[in-house]
Each structure stands twice: as C-alpha cells, then as structure tokens.
Ligand binder design. Structure first.
Ligand code: TRP
Length: 450
C-alpha cells in the first residue's frame, strides 16, 4: 500500500497545500467579520494568543500522527493506541472527524458558491447585463443550488487527480496569486477616505472586551476553523509529508502564513467597512451593532465597490475571484478526509471514492439549502464551535497521554535530528498533555455555565 500512497514532492508544495487548506473563507471572511463585531483589536489579540498557544500545538499533533502512521485519521489513531479497546475509541474519533469534515464541506460549498456568483455578477455588470447580475446576487434557491454544484464539481475535479498532480499543483499555483491580490487590495483600500477609522478599530484594543467569555469562545472556534483542525485534514496532509521534513518548522510556517493572511484580510475588511460608512453605506445599527454579521461581505463590500465606479467592478471581480480560490484550496482539503478514508479503509479506487462521496456531500448541501433557516446556522455551530475543538482535545489526549512518548520523539527526529535539545520538545509535549486539554475544557465550561 505504501507504494500507492501519494506524497508531496517538495516542501514548498506541502506548505502551499497546507496553507491553502488553512487559508480560506475562515480567514478572509470569518475572521475579519468576527473581529469587526467583537471589538476589533481585542478580538485580534485573543485570536493571536490562541492561535499560537492552542492551535499551533494541535496542528503539530495532527502532523506528527499523520506522518507517523502514513494513513488517514481512523487508521492512524488505531495504530498509535496502546490497546485494541483504546484503538476502537481512536477509530471512533477518526470517524467523527470524517463526518464533521464532510458536514463542514456541505455548508462551505454553499458560501463558496456565493463567492463565485458574486464574482460573476460583477463580470455581468461590466458587460451591461444588469438583469443577470441581479439574479446572481439574489441568493435565490436556483442560483444557490447551481453555484454550490459548480463549486463541488471543481472540488471533485481537483481531488480526483490525487496528491501531487491535484492538491499540490493547484495549491502552489493559486496561493501566491491569492496573497498578491490580497496585498494589492489592502494597499488600494488604504488610499480611500475613512480607511484610517477602520484601522484604528482594528489596532487599538479595548482590554475589557478581550476577557469576555463570548469573545474567547468565538476566537477559539475561529482559530481552530482557520487552521483546519480537529477533523483530520492536517493529519491526512501530514501523512503525505516526506520523512526528511522538519515538522515543527513546516507546521510553524503554515501557522504563520495562515495567521498573516487572516490579519492581512483584517487590514482589508475593517478599513473597507469604514470607507463604506464614510460613503454613506449603513453598517451599524443605532446601538452600534454590526448589521448582518454573516453577510457583511455580501452586503457591505459590493456597496463599497459600487461607490468606486468602473474601477469598483474590477476590484469586485478580483476580490470574489480571490475568495473563490481561497475556498477551493480549502474545500479540497476537506474532501480529502473522507476520500482518503474510503480509499484506505474500504479499498475504493480514488476516482470512484471522490464521485460517490462528493455526490453525497452535494446532497447534504442541497438538504441544507432546502431547509436553510433551520439547518445552515445549526450545522456551522455544531461543526466549528463544538466538534472541532472537542476533536482537537481528543487528539491531544491520544498523543499526550496514550501514545508512547519515545515514538513521538523518534517521529519528530526523522526530519529534525536535534529536536530533543530544542525548545519545541521542552514545551510542546507538556503543552498538549496539560495546557491544551485544560484550556479547551475551561473555555467550554465558561461558554456553557459562564
Ligand atoms: N481553514 C479553512 C478556512 O479558514 C477551512 C477548512 C479547510 C477547514 N479544511 C478544514 C475547516 C477542515 C475545518 C476543518 O476557511
């Protein structure tokens, strides 16, 4: 079996793929929106703290388990367990991850479909097709279904091409484009009137708000979602890394790229909000609450773009193209979770696994679209706010308490011979054993009883 497993062909390819998974709607739409509604700089501060102290260690857990086992999460957790009984629990955690990853993709494909539709709407507007543009931005059932299906088809197409031809090639191409576009938009927005007000909100913290339990839970969910943790995405990407790679370093690079892009997106979205405000677009209610938090980007940004004339249409096309690309490099990493499981545990050929599972997830998306009010928010909360941190907690316990410490060290030493002497090995094992589980539980306890 080892011979048939794909592998990333270079460090650049892996970092781009893992960063491509991490960077997505979560960073560019979720993080700035949440920062805007949770006190700007206060949220930024807590997010940064949690990303480095909780999310990075959990990312390392996934990468180490994945590369050690060279297998999907179900098989991998079974393999690092000290007994058959615990192995069954491990397999259960892996299967929960497979289900959660699939559910995440089912709502993600809907939001990503909106991105494509809004991008196309601007193309239509440029061509004078205002009727078509209005339909594309209407969130109607027919357009929702159409663009969800289009996005799922793109995801399915890339994943059926496998690891180095599909995931790596596309991520390595698309990620640099994404970063360049984002930076260009930030530079552009800064030249507009009102941008400085947004910058102030983003950079001047209100420390009282930073300690509110609601803000901390939101920031934890945002950090886990943003780094694609808990469901086995990073574990399966880790299983495709070459043994010579220095895991703490590549994990650190991925974390840095992910956080940098989220923070950069904040430099776009918050100033853009205040530019819109300056131009007469209403974004706050009388009490200072953000209007339409979830659809901030879809309501405020197009209005912002519209105030820029023809240039705005071009900016809009660029922006939504960027969002669609970011979503695609993330969605492929979600689909790879159930697909790798089906290939390795049930011996399905890749193409068949991708089609069957992609089809099932599209059906789940359709179900959400048919019951939008009841299901959309529910699925998001259930998967990202609860499932992801709790599964991350389980992975910490498996690695910190159940897996043999020497085996963990040996795995790290493959690509980092001096790791035992460095700071990483002094801090991380202790961290995932005590700090991460306790803090994750404490944050949950706060949110439930606090
Ligand atoms: N991290 C991605 C984002 O920020 C989304 C993502 C990709 C994801 N794979 C995941 C989220 C697995 C949770 C689990 O948009």
């Amino acid at each position: 079996m080892a011979a048939t497993r794909g592998e990333f062909s270079s460090r650049f390819g892996f970092v781009m793929a893992a960063a491509g998974s991490a960077v997505g709607l979560g960073n560019i739409w979720g993080f700035p929106t949440q920062a805007a509604s949770n006190g700007g700089a206060a949220f930024l501060l807590v997010y940064l703290a949690l990303a480095f102290t909780l999310a990075y260690p959990v990312l390392m857990v996934e990468l180490v388990i994945g590369r050690y086992a060279h297998a999907n999460a179900v098989n991998a957790l079974r393999r690092i367990s000290p007994s058959a009984a615990i192995g069954r629990i491990g397999a259960g955690v892996g299967i929960a991850g497979v289900v959660v990853a699939s559910l995440i993709l089912s709502f993600y494909a809907i939001v990503a479909g909106w991105m494509i539709a809004f991008g196309l709407a601007s193309v239509m507007a440029l061509m004078g097709q205002h009727g078509a543009a209005a339909w594309l931005t209407s969130f109607s059932f027919s357009s929702n279904v159409l663009f969800m299906l289009l996005f799922m088809s793109l995801t399915i197409g890339i994943i059926s091409a496998g690891v180095s031809n599909g995931i790596e090639r596309w991520s390595a191409r698309l990620m640099p484009v994404l970063i360049a576009t984002l930076v260009a938009l930030v530079v552009y927005v800064m030249t507009l009137d009102g941008a400085m007000d947004g910058l102030k909100v983003y950079l001047l913290p209100d420390f009282e708000r930073a300690l509110s339990p609601k803000l901390i839970v939101a920031a934890l969910g945002a950090a886990f979602f943003s780094l694609s943790l808990g469901v086995g995405t990073m574990l399966i990407y880790g299983s495709y890394i070459n043994d010579n790679e220095n895991l703490p370093v590549v994990g650190g690079l991925v974390t840095l790229v992910d956080i940098m892009i989220a923070v950069t997106a904040g430099f776009l979205v918050l100033p853009a909000m205040y530019v819109a405000l300056h131009n007469g677009v209403e974004i706050f209610t009388a009490t200072g609450q953000l209007i339409s938090e979830d659809t901030l980007i879809f309501t405020v940004l197009p209005e912002l773009f519209a105030t820029m004339g023809i240039a705005g249409i071009v900016v809009s096309i660029t922006f939504f193209a960027l969002m669609s690309i970011a979503a695609l490099t993330s969605s492929i990493s979600m689909l790879e979770v159930p697909v790798a499981y089906a290939i390795e545990e049930h011996n399905l050929p890749r193409k068949k696994a991708v089609l069957v599972i992609g089809g099932l997830i599209a059906l789940a998306s359709l179900t959400i679209l048919l019951n939008f009010e009841a299901l959309f928010g529910f699925v998001i909360t259930f998967t990202t706010r609860y499932s992801q941190p709790l599964l991350g907690l389980a992975l910490c316990i498996f690695t910190g308490w159940l897996w043999h410490r020497n085996t963990v060290l040996k795995e790290l030493q493959k690509g980092a011979p001096d790791v035992a002497a460095g700071w990483f090995w002094k801090i991380w094992p202790w961290y995932i054993k005590f700090f991460c589980p306790v803090i994750i539980l404490a944050i949950f306890a706060q949110s439930i009883w606090g």
